[in-house]
Design a protein around this ligand. Structure first.
Ligand code: C2G
Length: 133
């Protein structure tokens, strides 16, 4: 039984998010997702996500490829979360390439390629401009 863990905000949920979660799940039998808290986003990006933490967790929990969801309160606690959830593999998008290599002594670390041409930021920009002149 291989337990996979991944992290993200998953704001304005889109196909890039589904792709990484489905591919992460294929690396094991149980997928655990740490959803970044609203406060973590505020401290990191200086704005709150469009969707609330509660709604983002609800969406992620509803997916067939996801087995377990929790709130990620701090970016610095990855090692603690990995140990607490007994994860064997950490999966992250390759925008984080190399950033979590120090965790290789406690679990396997895999970076998967991002889905091209889709991002929450871009969706927000499109909705603001074309669709809402
Ligand atoms: N993603 C992807 N393809 C896209 C967009 C996103 O594969 N076109 C992936 C990201 O690489 C990430 C996951 O979807 O692995 C979630 O993306 P974000 O919500 O942007 O998460 P992020 O803010 O990078 O996570 O501990 C990490 C933090 O939680 C931050």
């Amino acid at each position: 039984m291989m337990r996979v863990i991944t992290f993200g905000t998953f704001d304005v949920f889109h196909v890039g998010h589904v792709n990484i979660l489905e591919r992460a799940r294929l690396h094991g039998d149980h997928l655990i997702v740490g959803v970044s808290s609203d406060e973590l986003n505020m401290s990191k990006k200086n704005r709150y996500p469009i969707y609330s933490q509660q709604d983002r967790m609800h969406i992620i929990r509803s997916l067939r490829c996801v087995d377990e969801v929790f709130v990620e309160e701090s970016l610095e606690l990855k090692a603690e979360y990995i140990k607490y959830y007994n994860a064997d593999i950490l999966v992250m998008g390759d925008d984080w390439q190399g950033k979590f290599d120090h965790l290789k002594d406690i679990c396997q670390v895999i970076y998967l390629p991002r889905t091209p041409s889709v991002s929450t930021t871009e969706i927000i920009e499109i909705v603001k401009s074309d669709h809402n002149p």
